[in-house]
Design a protein around this ligand. Structure first.
Ligand code: RTP
Length: 148
């Protein structure tokens, strides 16, 4: 089944939003397949955001991601990549709809609380990058109550 890499950024951890964010994904019906709290090495942050390395905000973005612990997660479910992005909301919280994580919990683009993979291919790469040790292979007993 489809998986997405979701990361609560340092501002989300520092502001005590971990439970709130996890709750939104859990309540939707997605399965938590991997989770760890870690302080990010600069090389990992640069690698994760390599596509943005030419952007003027790149150095600030890397400093932000390494500024404190993050919660790295893998969530699983039907259409979790696209639906996860909808739950998260637009990149700039000024444009994020109320009811989304960024729309409800953030103000500035450079402190937008959470990352979510933007495609199935990105998710595959990001999960391999952040969870080289692999994932725990549990299955939810709630499956028949979430999927027809
Ligand atoms: P993310 O990768 O973190 O989920 O964000 P995204 O796909 O919604 O947006 P992306 O364009 O990939 O940008 C990655 C992160 O860079 C920061 N950013 N700052 N100062 C700026 O103009 C600016 N633009 C983007 C944000 O933290 C964004 O989430």
């Amino acid at each position: 089944m489809e998986q997405s890499f979701i990361m609560i950024k340092p501002d989300g951890v520092q502001r005590g939003l971990v439970g709130e964010i996890i709750s939104r994904f859990e309540k939707k019906g997605f399965y938590l397949k991997g989770m760890k709290l870690l302080t990010v090495e600069k090389s990992l942050a640069e690698n994760h955001y390599a596509d943005l390395s030419a952007k003027p905000f790149f150095p600030g973005l890397v400093e932000y991601i390494i500024s404190g612990p993050v919660v790295a997660m893998v969530w699983e479910g039907k259409n979790v990549v696209v639906t996860g992005r909808k739950i998260i909301g637009a990149t700039n919280p000024s444009d994020s709809a109320p009811g989304t994580i960024r729309g409800d919990l953030a103000i500035e683009v450079g402190r937008n609380v959470i990352h979510g993979s933007d495609s199935i291919e990105s998710a595959r790469k990001e999960i391999a990058l952040w969870f080289p040790e692999g994932l725990t292979g549990w299955q939810s007993s709630l499956h028949p109550w979430i999927y027809e």
